[in-house]
Design a binder for this molecule. Sequence first.
Ligand SMILES: [Ca+2]
Ligand SMILES: [Ca+2]
Length: 267
Amino acid sequence: MHNFAAFFLYAFVACNLYGLGKSQSQDDTGSVYILKDDPSRELQPLPNSIQFLQKQLKLQITTQKTTLAILDTMQKNTQEKLEAIQREVLKSLDQIRGETNERLIQIQNQQADIQMSIKALMERRQAETAPPKVVIIPPGFEKIGSRYFYIEEEVSKNWTDAQLFCREKGAYLAAIQDQKEFKDVTLKLQKDNRYWLGINDIENEGIYISDASGNVAPFLKWGLGDPDSMEKNEDCIGVVAGVAYSAMVDWPCKLEFHVICSLDNTV
Ligand SMILES: [Ca+2]
Ligand SMILES: [Ca+2]
């Protein structure tokens, strides 16, 4: 059995060697031939190997270049899209930041309003629950309208001394808050007498300030021809009590008149 197998192997190798010998060419050109399926046809030469390989290589290079160009275009398009997305994102962020800041300011303002409301509410609550304030009325003061006044009829003083006179009583040279108060106070005055009020335009000509509050005087009622700041020397305001009506006048501060004091400095 072993000998038979060895014989078969030798026969197979011999046949192949014979066939190889037949396929080798005696052509001087060195071209390679292949054995066609149809034995009646002669062996055909292959294209030149190097030319074929060069063509294949060129084709591959061209293909690679085309691929690279496509990739470059894709990369460029992708980059442009990324940049566009980045711009959109930054724009959105700016918008969100702006809206957030605006909303934050609104919230802060609302918080401030709420805090002010709470403070006002607490103050009102305290005022409601606090014991009534005991007001000690100094001698000589009387309630005229809603406030207390002192009217000095005996002595006369210049404006600065009149101011000091009221302060020594724990009061203020008076300003008048409105028409009703002016009418109520002037009804108490001696007719044709003149009185100093706590109003002047010493600092700024024509700007009449309440000495008690430091604010612009809330009510002025000038007589005919006043204020004229005669000789640019009339910066203190008083009142002349008339029979028909009383009115305010600007006079030189050094003149001496009677005095009207108010207990509070709210006006
Ligand atoms: Ca004046
Ligand atoms: Ca005058």
